[in-house]
Design a protein around this ligand. Structure first.
Ligand SMILES: Cc1cc2nc3c(=O)[nH]c(=O)nc-3n(C[C@H](O)[C@H](O)[C@H](O)COP(=O)(O)OP(=O)(O)OC[C@H]3O[C@@H](n4cnc5c(N)ncnc54)[C@H](O)[C@@H]3O)c2cc1C
Length: 374
């Protein structure tokens, strides 16, 4: 056996699992890119969610709430820049109040720490440019620097002895004599195989392809992904005074995202996004069309005063690995050990969209627990 555990993917999820397990196991992380975190983990809102929206007892709710209790101590300990700035969810009209109340109840059921109702008059004192008739206040929502976080996880894993193979792509795996024989291809098209007892699929946007190349029937297992792109627009720096907290609209009942919201980055800059655009193909196109500016301006103007359309310029985009197709209800994360499909020791992490960044501690612990009981 070459390694006890091979992880496919060095995004925040693969890195967190490596950081957690490399003290007790020999670990290799395979990553097709030249470095860690070059896909979804560096193309998101960098918001530390507190677990408000997700269905009660879902993995998303449990892992996000669990992680939120521990994440700030972790970020402190490893000097990862972050701010617990809190977020307001605002109802811009009376018609949104029932959904805001439903969101509040859901957050209470999920045991989100500190969530509270907030009157519009009280909010006006804190955020005079925000337009609302009622709001929720989530004090434990925050922001972090995702690159520094991944850098910290990478260093922890390396210090504990994990090996990283960048520009090495996983091709396929087969179970032989109780071990996975894993075929790997380098960027120079060299091919070779290694063996491992456990195989963790943390391949983000390609997790379904990887699962299928391990012998899983993704159609039958419901692992097939849809891609949903999210664009961002930056607000010009002279308007940074418009808000000092994260501002989210009230979610729509069957939401595929949380609605175009206002986020603040670690440098104090304001950003709007992400929207949700389901893609017809799996090309990783991260362009942000200028033509979307008006749509973003319109949505943001429902809850933010003082914004002008010229204040917005295209920023980044990210792509969500979604288990739901367009128009379907939102799905939970899948974290599945595959003994029942004849592949003991294979753990697939499928559909790790938001709040995957916020939940990295809980996700890594979940994988550790699965391995412990095998
Ligand atoms: C627009 C947007 C906004 C978001 N906002 C937030 C937010 O504010 N807060 C939050 O908590 N979450 C947010 N998320 C979700 C969060 O970004 C993801 O849940 C998280 O980054 C997933 O991490 P990952 O490691 O699973 O995936 P990735 O970061 O995609 O990493 C997977 C890695 O696997 C590698 N890989 C794939 N196939 C292979 C192969 N065959 N061989 C080798 N390597 C391979 C890839 O190169 C990649 O590096 C957002 C996501 C998007 C798209």
């Amino acid at each position: 056996m070459d390694y006890e555990l091979v992880i496919i993917g060095a995004g925040v999820v693969g890195l967190a699992i490596a950081a957690n397990l490399s003290k007790s196991k020999s670990v290799l992380v395979l990553e097709r890119n030249p470095s860690f975190g070059m896909e979804t983990s560096s193309r998101n809102s960098e918001v530390i969610h507190s677990g408000i929206y997700y269905p009660q007892n879902s993995l998303k709710a449990r892992l996000c709430v669990e992680s939120n209790k521990k994440i700030y101590a972790f970020l402190e300990k490893y000097n990862v820049p972050h701010r617990r700035i809190g977020k307001f969810i605002v109802a811009s009209g009376k018609d949104e109040i029932p959904e805001l109340e439903r969101t509040f109840l859901n957050a209470k059921n999920n045991e989100v720490l500190g969530i509270q109702e907030f009157s519009s008059s009280k909010l006006k004192e804190i955020e005079p440019n925000v337009n609302c008739v009622a709001a929720l206040w989530a004090p434990n929502t925050g922001i972090l620097d995702s690159h520094s976080l991944m850098s910290a996880l990478f260093s922890i894993a390396k210090e504990k002895g994990a090996d990283f193979a960048f520009q090495h792509s996983f091709s396929k795996a087969e179970k032989k004599n109780n071990l996975f024989q894993i075929d790997i291809e380098t960027k120079d098209n060299e091919k070779f195989s290694i063996s491992s007892k456990f195989l963790i699929n943390a391949a983000g946007l390609d997790c379904d392809t990887v699962a299928s190349n391990c012998g899983i029937d993704c159609g039958k297992a419901n692992y097939k992904l849809s891609y949903a792109k999210g664009h961002y627009f930056r607000i010009k720096a002279s308007k940074n005074h418009l808000a000092s907290h994260l501002i989210y609209p009230t979610p729509k009942k069957e939401f595929a995202g949380l609605g175009v919201h206002l986020t603040i980055d670690m440098a104090g800059g304001l950003k709007l996004g992400p929207d949700v655009q389901f893609l017809n193909n799996r090309t990783l196109d991260y362009s942000v069309p200028e033509t979307k500016r008006e749509e973003f301006f319109k949505v943001a103007s429902t809850y933010l005063r003082g914004l002008e359309i010229e204040d917005l310029s295209p920023d980044q985009a990210g792509i969500r690995p979604k288990l739901q197709k367009q128009g379907e209800p939102t799905q939970d994360f899948i974290i599945q050990e595959e003994s029942d499909k004849g592949l003991p020791g294979l753990i697939n992490l499928i559909g790790i969209e938001s709040p995957g960044l916020s939940s990295f501690l809980g996700i890594a612990k979940e994988v550790e627990n699965i391995i412990y009981y095998l």
